[in-house]
Design a protein around this ligand. Structure first.
Ligand code: FE2
Length: 230
């Protein structure tokens, strides 16, 4: 499995291309609407046959490029069923699998940032959306987020994976690009090194973050898969 990490400067978002080298079947995780031309150029140059456009959740900080990419590639859009998305082709849930070539992508429902977070797991790697970030985790104070769910997703689901599993987040604000489960178990500032739920909750309840600037247009735009004219 090949993994390519792409970055959107304006929203600090990572988009990932995954592909199977034998068949060139591919998936795109968390595209950004302003970067559709960049992504299509890469897809065409590399000769990828995109089968799936995978969303880790309904984003509040940017609009997905999945709808425009579907028009260009005929791939299927995957979003968690809790999103209530009416534009997705597949409403996924825990344990669902998707094949690209001989590779299997497995859905883990890891809520906490929202109620519809998916971690996509492939052999040796997880794409953790806004659930697990490098040394950090997503906020829990809107979009049906929950400290309880986040703590459970981090400590009982993700931190129980093999320690050498590579971690690829949906965002980074400090220049980090990836991590491992073992590193995050030890060094994650919010939930690592055996932090109790009470400690975690105190941190999360005192972040005092402003709402994302684009939340009012991003959430409705994402519920239309980024097809803003439809
Ligand atoms: Fe998010």
């Amino acid at each position: 499995m090949k993994i390519r990490q792409l970055f959107d400067y304006d929203t600090w978002t990572y988009t990932y291309l995954l592909w199977d080298e034998e068949t060139m079947e591919a998936a795109v995780i968390d595209s950004v609407i302003e970067q559709v031309d960049r992504d299509m150029q890469h897809i065409e140059e590399l000769g990828l046959k995109v089968k799936y456009l995978l969303e880790t959740h309904i984003h509040a900080d940017h609009i997905t490029g999945a709808g425009p990419l579907r028009k260009k590639t005929a791939a299927e859009i995957v979003v968690h069923k809790n999103s209530g998305s009416e534009c997705a082709d597949i409403l996924a849930e825990e344990g669902d699998t998707f094949k690209i070539g001989s590779q299997t992508i497995t859905v883990m429902h890891t809520p906490g940032h929202t109620n519809n977070d998916i971690t996509y797991r492939i052999d040796g790697a997880v794409f953790t959306g806004d659930t697990l970030l490098v040394r950090d985790c997503g906020r829990t104070d809107f979009q049906l987020g929950s400290n309880e769910d986040m703590y459970h997703s981090l400590t009982q689901r993700l931190f129980t994976l093999p320690e050498d599993t590579m971690v690829f987040p949906a965002h980074d604000y400090k220049g980090f690009t990836q991590s491992t489960i073992g590193e995050e178990k030890s060094f994650n500032v919010r939930a690592g090194s055996g932090k109790s739920f009470e400690d975690f909750s105190t941190i999360m309840d005192n972040l005092n973050l402003p709402n994302p600037k684009r939340i009012d247009i991003s959430v409705p735009g994402n519920l239309k898969c980024g097809n803003l004219d439809d």
